[in-house]
Design a protein around this ligand. Structure first.
Ligand code: FEO
Length: 403
């Protein structure tokens, strides 16, 4: 990724990682990702905001050379997670004169995770200003968006907000650094929100409000494109962190011998007949699908009103693939209104009890389980239709929002 000038004296010098397929060894990144790094050049001093992942340090160094950056006075860590901080030590070796800068929380975590002594940091707190000469960076901590140390910096003169992970997207940028508002980018931003920000929806809603009040000209996150039209991403964050939901039911399922598959098909048809959007994803159609489909399901759930897990009974409990999805949902906490377990069993089942226990963090209303013995009969199909009708009725009673 080449050096890009985003404003006079403000450069993007980070690295794209288009072939990265999983983030945190957990969530699919179908568009890859980027580790953004910004240089702000004042008349007196120069600062770099966020290095890059260690594996892309050479790209950062090449970009700094291409930009003619011979001296860095400050290296500002916005956040300690290693996809940004991983190359800090190498950067310091190249620019030994640079002063490390961060909040006390950043400094503490950098000591823990990179063994860089906290005492090496110039500590800033909320509202502190770093004057570079005609360019002023103001410190805005945003704790738990998504680590305790995330920090934004506001470039006062240019009204550019360096927002750390907040408002990012796992999107390997092409040479144009500015957001194109493409469908792919919109999808990438939502998928990113679902993994990184959704578990912290309450503080993230508050930070979004604060950013609205700042009225930035540009939002420059640490992943993905720069939002030159901040309303595009701010309005989505307002919706994703809000209580309004789509009349949609998201179904993650696994089927061993076809019974659960039949239940899911019947449910989907009955819900769709009533005008409810339905997304069904098979967790294990192929062995490699589990993480990909589970990640996609979490993304689908960002603004959906309801989700179901459909599972056969395996030795009395849920299929392990269904348990994986349940644990992921429990960690990422989609703001669902309704959650239910459906499926099949042969001689005994505790599958629903187990999955309900695994999703205890969800604030959704828990629907009564629908567990069918063996291959569904005509009588069972009537029960499935009743289940779908009751769920559809709940969704019809709420206001719908458009995607
Ligand atoms: Fe992109 Fe939390 O690191």
């Amino acid at each position: 990724m080449a050096v890009q000038t985003i404003a006079p004296g403000v450069l993007e010098v980070g690295a794209s990682h288009p072939d990265r397929r999983l983030f945190d060894a957990l969530m699919p990144t179908v568009h890859g990702t980027s580790y953004n790094s910004y240089v702000v050049q004042g008349t007196e001093t120069t600062a770099l905001l966020d290095p890059v992942d260690e594996v892309k340090a050479s790209v950062l160094f090449a970009n700094l050379a291409e930009a003619g950056v011979k001296r860095l006075d400050y290296i500002i860590n916005l956040h300690t997670e290693q996809d940004h901080s991983g190359s800090t030590r190498m950067l310091l070796e190249r620019y030994p004169e640079a002063q490390l800068v961060g909040t006390a929380k950043v400094a503490g975590l950098m000591e823990t995770h990179l063994h860089l002594a906290a005492g090496r940091f110039l500590i800033l707190k909320a509202g502190d200003r770093l004057e570079l000469g005609g360019k002023t960076l103001v410190c805005h901590p945003i704790p738990f968006a998504h680590w305790p140390d995330n920090t934004m910096y506001w470039l006062e003169e240019d009204r550019i907000l360096f927002s750390s992970d907040l408002f990012g997207a796992h999107y390997a940028r092409p040479d144009n650094v500015f957001a194109t508002n493409s469908t792919e980018l919109r999808q990438a931003a939502r998928a990113y929100f679902s993994e990184i920000m959704m578990p912290f929806s309450t503080p993230v809603a508050r930070f979004t409000k604060q950013v609205r009040a700042l009225n930035p000209l540009m939002i420059a996150p640490s992943h993905g494109q720069i939002w030159y039209d901040p309303d595009f991403i701010l309005s989505r964050y307002e919706r994703w962190t809000g209580s309004a939901k789509r009349r949609a039911v998201i179904i993650g399922y696994v089927s061993m011998h076809g019974s659960t598959h039949r239940i899911v098909e019947k449910l989907a048809v009955e819900l769709a007949r009533r005008g409810i959007s339905v997304v069904c994803r098979n967790l294990v159609d192929e062995p490699a699908d589990l993480m990909l489909e589970s990640g996609q399901l979490i993304d689908d759930m960002v603004d959906a009103a309801a989700a179901l897990i459909a599972t056969p009974t395996v030795l009395g409990g849920p299929h392990p693939a269904a348990a994986y999805l349940a644990i992921l949902m429990n960690a990422l906490k989609p703001g669902l209104r309704y959650f239910g377990v459906v499926g099949s069993w042969a001689w005994q089942t505790k599958a629903a009890e187990t999955l309900n226990a695994l999703t205890a963090n969800l604030r959704a209303e828990c629907l009564s389980p629908l567990m069918i013995e063996g291959l569904p009969t005509a009588e069972d199909e009537a029960k499935i239709a009743d289940y779908a009708a009751a769920l559809a009725e709940k969704l019809e009673a709420m206001e719908d929002v458009l995607d």
